[in-house]
Design a binder for this molecule. Structure first.
Ligand code: GDD
Ligand code: MN
Length: 352
């Protein structure tokens, strides 16, 4: 089994020597190559890497036509000769000593092994609480929006190992900024393992991923949702919800006008009929491929989602109005959040 360690670099000259030294020590029991993909760094990282190739097994790719972390990693996949690929940063925030543990997980049957900050034993060094919060929030959004990765604790880690087959022949989008997430959605694999590690401090130089990162991430999640067909579900769920409004209004009108029922009480059966309408269409259309639970469970869970949504809507409305927000705006926010909650509960539980 040959290992290819893929290292994207941009102005990492000062980190390379220690990085290679520690990789070499960690992989002394393996046949390996290091594939450096450098984007023509002004500090001439590529040149220094080339020089170090006299001492270590290094292949240097100097790109001048293209830029970007994800596309660099994808290029690395194309150039790598190993049976197992390891992807890691050059700045030593990813300790090379963890690589053997990743390889162990692969040898034990995993197709992808992630060095994870968010499994027991893992962590981050010197992050303020709000950085942790943003990181965890971003991951939560990704896991909720993409049910396929909902069990992965750190799907945005930049440190992982995978079998060559996972990405061979797979069209990966380099615009996608979190390459691991791209691989987890589009790759060919069965088992994923997570190995704890502590995301350390940068040795030298500075981070290149700042400012626009969060917005880019949301765009990436959105694109992957589209690719997965999750966006289609969201649209269908919305259309079904709209049809429910007509059912609710129609029956309410009929009960009051033709049957002379009390206006307040008549809305209870009218609402229930709308819920049943929505359930039926979602079951036959939106989630038709996901009927894994028995019908009575799906029906119960759908009602719980509806009730939860109503409570969220009302609580948010009451809270925001109390805080002084204009009531119609407060209601819109309540409706929007209730919608998201209902979609997620149904996607992950009812048809989970
Ligand atoms: N070739 C190339 N081109 N390499 C790049 C580029 C680029 O445009 N931008 C960054 N790199 C290289 C850096 O030189 C470094 O080796 C690695 O990619 C990570 O870049 P950093 O700038 O150190 O990223 P970070 O520490 O902010 O983010 C890391 O942690 C995140 C999790 O919090 C990365 O590993 C992310 O992938 C990860 O999601
Ligand atoms: Mn870094």
């Amino acid at each position: 089994m040959k290992i290819s360690v893929i290292v994207p670099t941009y102005n990492e000259r000062e980190n390379l020597e220690e990085l290679f030294e520690r990789i070499d020590k960690s992989l002394k029991n393996y046949e390996y190559e290091i594939v450096v993909v450098d984007d023509d760094s002004p500090d001439r990282t590529w040149e220094f890497a080339q020089r170090l190739s006299e001492r270590y097994s290094v292949k240097v790719i100097r790109r001048s036509d293209e830029k970007g972390l994800s596309s660099a990693v994808i290029r690395g996949f194309e150039e790598a000769e190993g049976d197992v690929f390891v992807v890691m940063d050059a700045d030593l925030q990813h300790p090379p000593e963890v690589i053997p543990e990743l390889l162990k997980a692969i040898e034990d049957g995993a197709d992808i092994a992630i060095a994870s900050r968010y499994v027991p034993g893992g962590g981050v060094k010197n992050w303020y609480w709000y950085r942790r919060l943003i990181s965890k929030g971003a991951i939560a959004i990704g896991r909720l929006a993409l049910p396929k990765i909902r069990n992965v604790k750190d799907p945005v880690s930049g440190f992982f190992a995978l079998k060559r087959e996972v990405v061979e022949g797979v069209q990966l989008n380099p615009v996608g900024f979190k390459i691991l997430m791209e691989v987890l959605i589009k790759g060919n694999y069965g088992k994923v393992a997570e190995v704890p590690f502590t995301f350390g401090l940068r040795k030298a130089g500075e981070s290149k991923l700042g400012g626009k990162t969060m917005l880019n991430y949301i765009r990436h999640v959105y694109r992957l949702m589209r690719w997965e067909g999750e966006l289609d579900r969201l649209i269908k769920f919305t259309l079904v919800g709209l049809s429910g409004v007509f059912v609710n209004e129609g029956f309410l009108w009929a009960f009051v006008n033709f049957l002379g029922w009390d206006k307040i009480l008549a809305n209870i059966p009218a609402t229930e009929l709308a819920i049943l309408n929505n359930f039926t269409w979602n079951d036959l259309w939106t989630f038709r491929d996901l009927k894994r639970r028995p019908l009575w469970k799906r029906l119960t869970s759908f009602h719980i989602a509806a009730l939860t949504g109503a409570v969220v809507q009302w609580a948010l409305y009451a809270g925001l109005v109390y805080m002084g927000l204009y009531y119609l705006v407060a209601n819109l926010i309540g409706i929007a959040l209730s919608f998201i909650v209902r979609f997620l509960v149904n996607r992950h539980v009812t048809w989970g």
